[in-house]
Design a protein around this ligand. Structure first.
Ligand code: AMP
Ligand code: GLY
Length: 426
C-alpha cells in the first residue's frame, strides 16, 4: 500500500511513523511534510488550502489510502472531493467536520442530542450579546464561531469585557476576520481530558486518553498555544468513566450525526472538562490532536492502517486495537516568542544524541532542511515523545532527550504531567 498523509506537523510525523510500521505499507508520502517527516516519508509540496491541488496530487501519486491531519482541508471538503473521485480517504466530510469548524453548530447539535456541555447562547449581533450576557455569571467564555487556530476562545473576567470581546470578534478587530456568530458560554472548572475515538459513522472505538497542556507557561499560565505537552496513562481514566463518556458523549454524537444525515467517519476528538457534575464537552475536533497523537500512537501495539481502513469500510465493530499498558509523554519545544512572533531558520543540533535515549521518538513540528542542516521553521519546533513503565519514567526519558537538543531560544515547559505525577507517587 502507498499511503498519503496531508499535513506538516508533529501529529503528521507520528502518523507517518505509525503508518510505516504497518506490514502492508510499502510507501509513505507526506504533503507538505517537514524536515523530520522527510526521514520516514517522501515529502511533496501541496497547499492545504487548495482542494483542487490536493486532488491533483492524488491523481499523480495514486495513493491506496489518504489520511488527513489538520482541520482546514477537512473544513474545505477534501474528503468529499477525494471520495467523489474514488480515492480512499480517512476523515469526515465537510458537513460532518462542522462539529469542529462551527462552534455554534456544535453547541446546537449537543443541545439537540442532550450531550453534556456548558450552558451557552449563540449570538448574531453585539446587541444580542448584551441581552444574553445578563444570564451568565463572570467569568464568561466568548468564542468565535469559525476555525481560529486556538485563538478564538477568550475567557473574560467581567461581563463588560465579554461584551467588548464579542464586539471585537464581530467587527474583525480581534482575529482579523469578521465573525457572523459568537458563542457565549458558561465557564467550566476541572481537569481537561482529550478523549479521541475512531468511528466508521456507526461504531465508536476509543483511543487511549490523553491530557494536553495548552498554556505556554509553567503552572498553566500565560496565553493558549496549540499544545505544549501531553501525557497518556491507563490510570488517568477509570474503565467505568470511559464507558460513561462513550455512552453519554461519543456514541450519541456519532448517532446524532448519522440521524441528521451527515455521518461522521474519522477521528472524533472530544475535548472534555471533568467538572464536579461530570464530564462536559468543551469542544469537538474532527481530527487527531496535536500533540495528543504523538503520545497516543507510541502506545498503539496493533496496526494503525487496519484500524483506519476499518473506519472507511464500516467494519470498526470487527476491529480491535491493542494498547500497551505503559505510560507515555510528549514534551514540545517551541521557538522563543511563541505563541507570539518568533524567529525561524535557527540551526538545531543534538538530535542524534537525543535519539539514543531509549524508548524515545522525536516528532518534528516546525523544522526544515536547508543545505543539509536542520533548522527551525515554526512556533512549535519538535516534541520528545517517550514511553515508560510509569509516567515518571516516560517523562524522565522525554526530558533527557530534550536536554541533548539545542537551538537558539529553545523553550519548553518543565512541568508536563506533574499533577498526575504527584498522584502516581501517592
Ligand atoms: P476550545 O477551542 O473550545 O477547546 O477552547 C480552547 C481552550 O479554552 C480549552 O481547551 C479550555 O482550556 C478553554 N475553554 C474553552 N471553553 C471553556 C469553558 N466553557 N470553560 C472553561 N474553559 C474553557
Ligand atoms: N492539542 C489540541 C488540539 O489538537 O486541538
Amino acid at each position: 500500500m502507498k499511503v498519503l498523509i496531508l499535513g506538516s506537523g508533529g501529529r503528521e510525523h507520528a502518523l507517518a511513523w505509525a503508518v510505516k510500521r504497518s506490514q502492508r505499507v510499502t510507501e509513505v508520502v507526506c504533503a507538505p511534510g517537514n524536515g523530520g517527516i522527510a526521514q520516514v516519508a517522501r515529502c511533496v509540496p501541496v497547499d492545504l488550502k487548495d482542494v483542487a491541488a490536493m486532488v491533483r496530487l492524488a491523481e499523480v501519486e495514486q495513493p491506496s489510502l489518504t489520511i488527513v491531519g489538520p482541520e482546514l482541508p477537512l473544513s474545505l471538503g477534501v474528503v468529499d472531493a477525494f471520495r467523489e473521485r474514488g480515492y480512499r480517504i480517512f476523515g469526515p466530510t465537510r458537513d460532518a467536520a462542522r462539529l469542529e469548524s462551527s462552534k455554534a453548530f456544535a453547541k446546537q447539535f449537543m443541545k439537540r442530542h442532550q450531550i453534556p456541555t456548558a450552558n451557552y447562547a449563540v449570538c448574531t449581533s453585539p446587541k444580542e450579546v448584551e441581552e444574553s450576557i445578563k444570564h451568565f455569571h463572570a467569568p464568561i467564555v466568548v468564542k468565535a464561531d469559525g476555525l481560529a487556530a486556538g485563538k478564538g476562545v477568550i475567557i473574560c473576567p467581567t461581563r463588560h469585557f465579554a461584551v467588548e470581546t464579542a464586539q471585537g470578534l464581530f467587527n474583525g478587530e480581534l482575529l482579523g476576520s469578521v465573525e457572523h456568530q459568537v458563542v457565549i458560554e458558561e465557564f467550566l472548572e476541572g481537569e481537561e481530558l482529550s478523549f479521541l475515538c475512531l468511528t466508521d459513522g456507526l461504531h465508536v472505538a476509543p483511543l487511549v486518553p490523553a491530557q494536553d497542556h495548552k498554556r505556554i507557561g509553567e503552572g498553566d499560565t500565560g496565553p493558549n498555544t496549540g499544545g505544549m505537552g501531553v501525557y497518556s496513562t491507563s490510570q488517568m481514566l477509570e474503565p467505568t468513566m470511559t464507558e460513561w463518556i462513550l455512552h453519554h458523549i461519543a456514541e450519541p454524537t456519532v448517532r446524532g450525526m448519522a440521524e441528521e444525515g451527515m455521518p461522521f467517519t474519522g477521528v472524533l476528538y472530544c475535548g472534555l472538562m471533568m467538572t464536579a457534575r461530570g464530564p462536559e464537552v468543551l469542544e469537538y475536533n474532527a481530527r487527531f490532536g496535536d500533540p495528543e497523537t504523538q503520545a497516543i500512537l507510541v502506545r498503539l501495539e496493533s496496526d494503525l492502517v487496519d484500524a483506519l481502513e476499518a473506519c472507511i469500510d464500516g467494519r470498526l465493530a470487527e476491529t480491535e486495537m491493542q494498547w500497551s499498558s505503559s505510560a507515555s509523554a510528549c514534551v514540545v519545544t517551541s521557538s522563543s516568542g511563541y505563541p507570539g512572533s518568533y524567529k525561524t531558520g535557527l540551526p538545531i543540533s543534538g538530535l542524534s544524541n537525543a535519539a539514543k535515549v531509549p524508548e524515545v521518538e522525536i516528532f518534528h513540528s516546525g523544522t526544515t532542511r536547508v543545505a543539509n542542516q536542520l533548522v527551525t521553521s515554526g512556533g512549535r519546533v519538535l516534541g520528545a515523545t517517550a514511553s515508560g513503565d510509569s509516567l515518571e519514567e516516560a517523562l524522565t526519558r522525554a526530558y533527557e532527550a530534550l536536554s541533548q537538543i539545542h537551538f537558539e531560544g529553545m523553550y519548553y515547559r518543565h512541568d508536563i504531567g506533574h499533577r498526575a505525577l504527584k498522584q502516581e507517587r501517592r
